[in-house]
Design a protein around this ligand. Structure first.
Ligand code: KG4
Ligand code: ZN
Length: 340
């Protein structure tokens, strides 16, 4: 007899969030994430501290998910886990835990590409939103990646363009650090920008071939801009924080959407989605919404809670792999630079 309910326990530990989720037939029963405050004081994620905290957090997070979902370990059909890309030490904690659990329960292990997870967060069964139709173009923007991906099916992806240096999330976080804001600074820039004028300051654009991106020059030009301004007026940041954040955010969003517009036209794609941590950005979300009318296309923005790193999206990707019996070998190692 065919099993009607597929229960997947998923684990995500690629960076500094320890997350576990339990999904039943692609519906999230529980999704719990333990963040790591310790990195704030260093202005960025310290890999060694991140893996130590994952070790501390992983068992309590899994226990909390089991308690909240009311699902017994014996009912789980597969254990899913992020294999990469991410920080090696962080990935190792999640993968070792998932392997041990799968072995102990005698259930298959399903490894998931983190970036694929971000894209498939759109298909989490919720009443929140419409689901994208294939083929669609997905702009995946996070702390480690900036990619334009042509999504042909749940597990069929083609990278159309990507950053040749830094990710857009790094451009947000580095600028925030320069402004003296805490890590991760992306959400703080978003907050300050709400009360600022986006046309107050102009920043240089950098070029890359085709649909590729480059953010490292933008970061450096922001640093020089602030250094010069502070030389002239030591209170410049304090006086102008709202306008600086609004202008810089506006610039980053314009840069990242420019190629997306072009690719949508060139490839004749009528469906456009955004994914990844930076898709939580309010200006990006606003501008993507506007594209519906401007380009006559359908756009898709993930539910806020599934934009940043979470295990529900890993469980979602694993659900489609489970349907194809695409299981992983137990001698699998993490892949810090795992390609999509
Ligand atoms: O996907 P994610 O949680 O982790 C990675 O896979 O990297 O993305 C984290 C990134 C950070 O750079 C953070 O500053 C950025 O997403 N981020 C934002 C916002 N919320 C998170 N950037 C701009 N505006 C936001 N509201
Ligand atoms: Zn991510």
């Amino acid at each position: 007899m065919k099993k009607t309910n597929i229960y997947i326990l998923a684990i995500e530990s690629s960076c500094d969030d320890t997350s576990c989720a339990l999904l039943c037939n692609a519906k999230v029963l529980s999704n719990i994430t333990a963040g790591q405050k310790i990195h704030e004081r260093y202005g960025g994620v310290v890999p060694e501290l991140a893996s130590r905290d994952h070790q501390k957090n992983i068992v309590p997070v899994v226990d909390a998910v089991l308690a909240e979902s009311g699902v017994l370990l014996s009912e789980i059909d597969a254990v899913a886990v992020t294999r990469g890309p991410g920080l090696m030490g962080s990935l190792l904690v999640g993968l070792s835990f998932a392997k041990s659990l799968a072995l102990a329960l005698n259930r298959p292990l399903i490894d998931v590409n983190h970036m694929q997870g971000h894209v498939l967060a759109h298909f989490i069964d919720s009443d929140y939103q419409k689901k994208p139709q294939f083929p669609f173009l997905c702009l995946t923007v996070s702390g480690g990646h900036t990619q334009l991906v042509l999504v042909k099916d749940y597990l069929d992806f083609e990278i159309v363009g990507e950053t040749i240096d830094d990710a857009i999330g790094e451009a947000f976080d580095k600028a925030a650090k320069i402004l003296g804001l805490a890590y991760p600074g992306g959400p703080l820039i978003d907050q300050f920008a709400k009360k600022g004028n986006p046309s107050s300051f102009r920043f240089a654009a950098t070029k890359a071939d085709g649909y590729n991106y480059s953010f490292s020059g933008i970061k450096t030009s922001f640093l020089y801009f602030i250094q010069k301004a502070v030389e002239k007026d030591k209170d410049f940041i304090e006086k102008n924080i709202h306008d600086v954040c609004a202008s810089y955010q506006n610039h980053l969003v314009s840069v990242v959407l420019k190629h997306a517009w072009k690719a949508l036209g060139d490839l004749q794609i009528k469906h456009f989605a955004i994914a990844g941590g930076v898709s939580a950005n309010s200006e990006l979300r606003r501008r993507v919404n506007e594209m519906e009318g401007e380009l006559g296309i359908q756009t898709y923005i993930p539910e806020f809670q599934y934009c940043t790193d979470n295990a529900a999206m890993i469980g979602m990707a694993a659900h489609y792999k489970y349907l194809k019996s695409d299981f992983s070998k137990m001698d699998l190692s993490p892949s810090a630079r795992m390609p999509l």
